[in-house]
Design a binder for this molecule. Structure first.
Ligand SMILES: [Zn+2]
Length: 102
């Protein structure tokens, strides 16, 4: 089976480690450790929406796809909840100011 090198685009064997044309080294598809998984899931919660980075980094890797999508869901949920909280906060401050005409 043939695939194309992600850097130079030339045809290379599917199980290539180094591209013979440009020297590109294929990233090994390693499964994330428990520590990294925990880091990503906690990061998705606390660093939303920056944690989208992990989704784009890992979603192509079949071994880590599931974690990437869980991270995406957490990131998105926290982001939406953050916006809702902010809207409610602004509304309550507004109604406070209206009620107590300062
Ligand atoms: Zn190449």
């Amino acid at each position: 089976m043939q695939t194309s090198c992600p850097r130079c685009g030339k045809e290379v064997s599917e199980d290539f480690i180094f591209c013979p044309f440009c020297g590109y080294q294929k990233e090994r598809d390693e499964k994330l450790s428990t520590f990294d998984t925990a880091k990503i899931l906690l990061g998705s919660f606390f660093l939303s929406p920056i944690s989208l980075y992990w989704f784009f980094k890992y979603y192509k890797n079949p071994l880590n796809k599931k974690i990437a999508y869980i991270s995406l869901v957490i990131t998105f949920t926290v982001f939406v909840l953050g916006i809702i909280t902010a809207v409610f906060y602004i509304k309550s401050v507004n109604s406070y100011l209206e009620n107590y005409d300062l």
